[in-house]
Design a protein around this ligand. Sequence first.
Ligand SMILES: O=c1ccn([C@H]2C[C@H](O)[C@@H](COP(=O)(O)O)O2)c(=O)[nH]1
Ligand SMILES: [Zn+2]
Length: 192
Amino acid sequence: MDSEKRRDTIDWTEYFMAMAFLAAKRSKDPSTQVGACIVNEDKRVVGIGYNGFPTGCSDDEFPWSKTSPDPLETKYLYVCHAEVNAILNKNSTDVKNCTMYVALFPCNECAKIIIQSAIREVVYMSDKHALKDHTIAAKRMLDAAGVKYTQYKPRHSRIVIDFTEIDWDSLNQLPATPRKDDVTRNGHNGGC
Ligand SMILES: O=c1ccn([C@H]2C[C@H](O)[C@@H](COP(=O)(O)O)O2)c(=O)[nH]1
Ligand SMILES: [Zn+2]
């Protein structure tokens, strides 16, 4: 067993941005997958979301097109943005003073909701729509409201999750069923 602590870990920003990117992997949008992760002042994750259609609006029935002669046949009228889903998914009373990590700079509609929910900071990766009105308007509102935003410049282009990295052999040596003394007073052995 190694006795020195590991030093090549990911830092907090990489950790939370990677969570946002992991959430984005759930998105069914064929062209732009966005994930958002909300973190409180104690560095606890309090909400995660990705862009997708509302509950009950089937991914197979609603349109994923970007363009159509009929606007009702494009995704834009239906898709819930990652930032809004992350806020709605919060597991805390509110998201006051939290930081949002998000793959894409928030649009004007998300910026309004970020401001109104008292999120204090946005850390984003892509600014691919920087010249579009919705981004310019978003920055104008965030500036006026004093919400800080910072572009995240990754140290590494990839953070790999390798399911084979863990020493499965030693895991296999664990008892198959928890012994009586493994079970906590709360009645489970999840530990915390
Ligand atoms: O603030 C934002 C802005 C956009 N999104 C989502 C909504 C759509 O699913 C895509 C944008 O589609 P394009 O093909 O890039 O036009 O991104 C979001 O979640 N949050
Ligand atoms: Zn948005």
